[in-house]
Design a protein around this ligand. Structure first.
Ligand SMILES: *Cc1c(COP(=O)(O)O)cnc(C)c1O
Length: 413
């Protein structure tokens, strides 16, 4: 596959540093010749890649537009204002901070804006799909705050609302976090708002996964309900790797100060420019159609996997994300992932609400960007089940994957 974006840049790199250029081309080849089913990944556009590879990467810009600690920021100020304005209008938010280097940095800043070390926070427990930043002992969050985990129902896989309410009343948290790395259903933001109000807690929505669906009108927005919304720009939203925070006007200054100077230094202006490009793309009817197709594909994939005998958590999905237990096919998630990797099907393991073994987590954001639709989802499910059962040899499965993705190049020439 040829590199169609910034061909000159690629040529320059090939001439100057063939060793590294080879690595970049190898990764591009891997991405386009295997099946990308990692729920957190996507293919951003050539325009987004162009902004990432631009001269804005050279610019130091500590501070915010109009109030920088460095000279020469007059042009990058325009880029950041554009990104902020586009994010505000895309999500109907009063305030947007687009400087967070990642989703985790956005969550760190949200906590820094609202909490003090030692405060109690209610969040989805890690065994149920909470993110590292939701209280993992290996993460700053678990070290600096007192996290109380809520869970999902072992049978239905759905968030246990009664438990959330009871824990909130008992522990009186300073903040409640809703959001997950593996929850396939819409989150009831109104419910979380009601509980937060009852106990006087802030509501933080960590919408890193569904924010792209929100942008495309394919999932409910947390913006009207949460005090602070944290997000990534590189998942379904299809922008550059990075984070973002949305909030009301009254928290704007606290959030901005929590990002810079409290938890970050200079903003990455090339990434912010790329975020602006992605927000521009996400505001188009084509992106809304994409977001709805992502969900339609995930539903077909979930149903087809269930037809193969795989247990689909919650019985289906509302989003881009499917979590499933391959145990009825004779292997656990970890073994299944290994077999699938050998066949060129790239996905993750995840926790399962109903079992101690690991399950599989798949997403349809990347394959939908490539143009795949219902027919391909059915083909993927059949192939996946065949490989997991050990019926399809990995060499033959690898051929089939190559054949399938060959018709849907992520960066067509
Ligand atoms: C992906 C994700 C994050 C972290 O994003 P990074 O950019 O990897 O730091 C945080 N919270 C949730 C719920 C996520 O899904």
């Amino acid at each position: 596959m040829s590199v169609t974006h910034a061909p000159q840049t690629a040529d320059v790199l090939t001439r100057q540093d063939p060793e590294l250029a080879e690595i970049l081309l190898g990764e591009l080849h891997r991405q386009s010749s295997t099946l990308q089913l990692i729920a957190a990944e996507n293919f951003c556009s050539p325009a987004v890649l162009a902004a990432l590879g631009s001269a804005l990467a050279n610019k130091y810009a500590e501070g915010y537009p109009g109030a920088r600690h460095h000279g020469g920021c007059e042009i990058v100020d325009v880029a950041e204002r554009l990104a902020v304005d586009r994010a505000k209008s895309l999500f109907g938010a009063e305030h947007a901070n687009v400087q967070s280097h990642s989703g985790s940095s956005a969550v760190l800043a949200a906590y820094a804006a609202l909490l003090r070390p030692g405060d109690t926070v209610l969040a989805l427990g890690l065994p149920y799909g909470g993110h590292l930043t939701h209280g993992s002992p290996a993460n700053f969050s678990g070290r600096w705050f007192d996290f109380v985990p809520y869970g999902v129902d072992a049978e239905t896989g759905l968030i246990d609302h009664e438990q959330v309410r009871t824990l909130a009343r008992t522990h009186r948290p300073k903040a409640i976090v809703c959001g997950s790395i593996a929850y396939p259903r819409h989150i009831d933001y109104a419910f979380f708002r009601e509980v937060a109000d009852e106990v006087g807690a802030y509501l933080i929505a960590d919408a890193a996964h569904p924010i792209g669906l929100v942008a495309g009108g394919a999932a409910p927005s947390p913006v009207p309900y949460a005090d602070v919304v944290c997000a990534t720009t590189h998942k379904v939203l299809r922008g550059p790797r990075g984070g973002m925070i949305l909030c009301g006007g009254e928290l704007a200054e606290r959030v901005d100060r929590a990002v810079f100077p409290f938890t970050q230094g200079g903003a990455q202006m090339h990434t912010i420019a790329a975020k602006a490009v992605a927000f521009g793309e996400a505001a188009t009817p084509a992106f809304a159609a994409y977001a709805h197709q992502v969900v339609a594909n995930a539903r077909i994939l979930a149903a087809a996997l269930a037809d193969e005998g795989i247990v689909v958590t919650t019985g289906g999905t509302d989003t881009h994300l499917v979590t499933a237990d391959p145990a009825p096919l004779g292997v656990d998630g970890r073994a299944a992932r290994g077999r699938l990797a050998a066949a060129g099907m790239v996905l993750d393991c995840c926790a399962l609400p109903h079992a101690d073994t690991r399950g599989l987590r798949l997403g349809t954001a990347a394959v939908t960007t490539q143009g795949m639709a219902e027919k391909e989802m059915e083909r993927i499910a059949a192939l996946l089940a065949g490989v997991v059962r050990g019926e399809v040899e990995s060499v033959r499965a690898r051929e089939e994957v190559r054949d399938l993705v060959g018709g849907f190049p992520p960066y067509p020439a």
